[in-house]
Ligand binder design. Structure first.
Ligand code: GCO
Length: 448
């Protein structure tokens, strides 16, 4: 028996996303995505890299699934590239795209690995961006038509469905701070896009329930705790509350409580933001019952009140705690606090941690190995907190490490390594890091 034993059947997994690993950006009939366009336009990516080839998963999935199998991974989370299925966003289905994902899913199945499929992990067809993307309300219908095809053509091979990944990043990073595709800087547009993302999510759930498919369906939200920088300062306490409502409740409340956070909306309006156009019936579509809550979490925020920060009046500051190579604070207790907070507020019947992990400055050493003790320590510490929360009744049923392999980290390009498997981008050679072997043993022992 391990000192930290996890419940029987705990789903140990690892996650990836299409644009970050697949490459083959114009192979097999795939259409252009907003990330192709964004990366091909100079000035957007930290190291000037592009995701054209990434980890070449498009051609090397067989090898990667072999490594997953060797490590004993129980669940593999991957995403579907919308423009691989619909090169034009809507209209004709690209059969080669369907075949590619069927082959991947079949291979996982044959190796006894369960699949968790995200239907949208940020690579929108460029053709739909040309029509306004997430700022256009019609996108809920475009998404509905796309997911219907996924249910029909892949449904027999998928074990878990995830509608959207981190919709707040799609809206805020894409339409407000412009760090992500399509790179706009308009807060009110970002709020409107958030509402359309929620509508699209609801449309996907509604469509799914008509299919009779038995797999679970949920959504992946990224959340984190916001603590006041000075816990005795009234203004900091309020700024932390606003910050947390913005990062957690903006999406969590409408989905799980059927209402938008009113106080936050009142504050935003007072500050001059234009609130989204919410129509009759929208909230009902958005708040349908889900089978699980998918959580991505990495760090915590320490928030100081700062009027000059528009619109939230909140500034996140460092506190002297350790940081990963992504410059994200290592704060495992934040995982425990967050799980308790989600459980208390939303009471999901089932929770899966669909992403957690660390970027580290790894390289292959003289012996051909990759030693990554900080990643092991990070995962170890966070899992201790997950275990504690489970012990107190939080129904966490699975944990997926982000990421299976090093990959294209969005605006950071190839400069941040999150993988348990090292990728040499020049040769595409894979080298499992020490963390991969460590995690493999955790899976075998169902604990540590
Ligand atoms: C996200 C995405 C992943 C990231 C990971 C590390 O959270 O941004 O889901 O695609 O790569 O989180 O930043």
């Amino acid at each position: 028996m391990s000192a930290y034993q996890f419940p029987e059947g705990f789903e140990w997994g690892t996650a990836t996303a299409s644009y970050q690993i697949e490459g083959g950006w114009n192979a097999g009939g795939k259409g252009e995505s907003i990330w192709d366009r964004f990366c091909h336009t100079p000035g957007h990516i930290h190291d000037d890299s592009v995701g054209d080839t990434a980890c070449d998963f498009y051609h090397r999935y067989g090898e990667d699934i072999g490594i997953l199998k060797e490590l004993g991974i129980k669940v593999y989370r991957l995403s579907i590239s919308w423009p691989r299925i619909f090169p034009e966003g809507t209209g004709a289905v690209n059969k080669e795209g369907i075949d590619f994902y069927r082959n991947v899913l079949q291979r996982l199945h044959d190796n006894g690995i369960k699949s968790a499929v995200t239907m949208y992990h940020w690579d929108l067809p460029q053709k739909l961006q040309d029509r306004g993307g997430w700022a256009n309300r019609e996108i809920a219908d475009w998404f509905r038509a796309y997911v219907k095809v996924l249910y029909e053509r892949l449904g027999d091979l998928v074990d878990t469905w995830i509608t959207l990944n981190e919709p707040i990043c799609t809206s805020m990073a894409g339409y407000w701070y412009g760090e992500h595709a399509p790179g706009y800087h308009d807060y009110s547009m970002a709020l409107q896009a958030s509402h359309h993302l929620l509508l699209a999510h609801g449309a996907a759930v509604e469509e799914y329930r008509k299919t009779g498919l038995k797999a679970d369906i949920g959504i992946t939200l990224n959340m984190n705790m916001s603590y006041p920088f000075d816990p005795k300062n009234r203004a900091d306490i309020e700024a932390a509350k606003r910050n947390q409502e913005h990062s957690n409740n903006l999406f969590g409340d409408p989905i799980f409580l059927g209402k938008y956070p009113e106080e936050l909306f009142a504050y935003l309006e007072k500050r001059g933001a234009v609130l989204p156009d919410i129509r009759q019936g929208d909230i009902e579509i958005i708040s349908q019952k889900l089978d699980f809550f998918g959580l991505n979490t990495y760090f915590t925020d320490h928030v100081k009140a700062d009027e000059s920060r528009w619109p939230l009046g909140a500034l996140s500051l460092k506190t002297g705690r350790p940081h990963t190579d992504a410059d994200w604070e290592v704060n495992p207790e934040g995982m425990y606090d967050l799980l308790k907070w989600i459980h208390g507020r939303y009471k999901p019947q089932k929770l899966i941690i669909t992403e957690n992990g660390a970027a580290c400055n790894d390289w292959v050493n003289l012996e051909g190995k990759v030693s990554d003790p900080n990643r092991i320590d990070y995962i170890h510490r966070y899992l201790i907190q997950v275990h504690k929360a489970i012990g107190e009744g939080v129904p966490v049923k699975g944990y997926y490490v982000w990421c299976f392999c090093d990959n294209f980290e969005w605006a950071w390009g190839l400069s941040r390594r999150f993988g348990m498997v090292h990728v040499d981008y020049a040769t595409q050679k894979r080298t499992p890091k020490e963390s991969a072997y460590w995690y493999s043993k955790v899976i075998r022992d169902n604990g540590f």
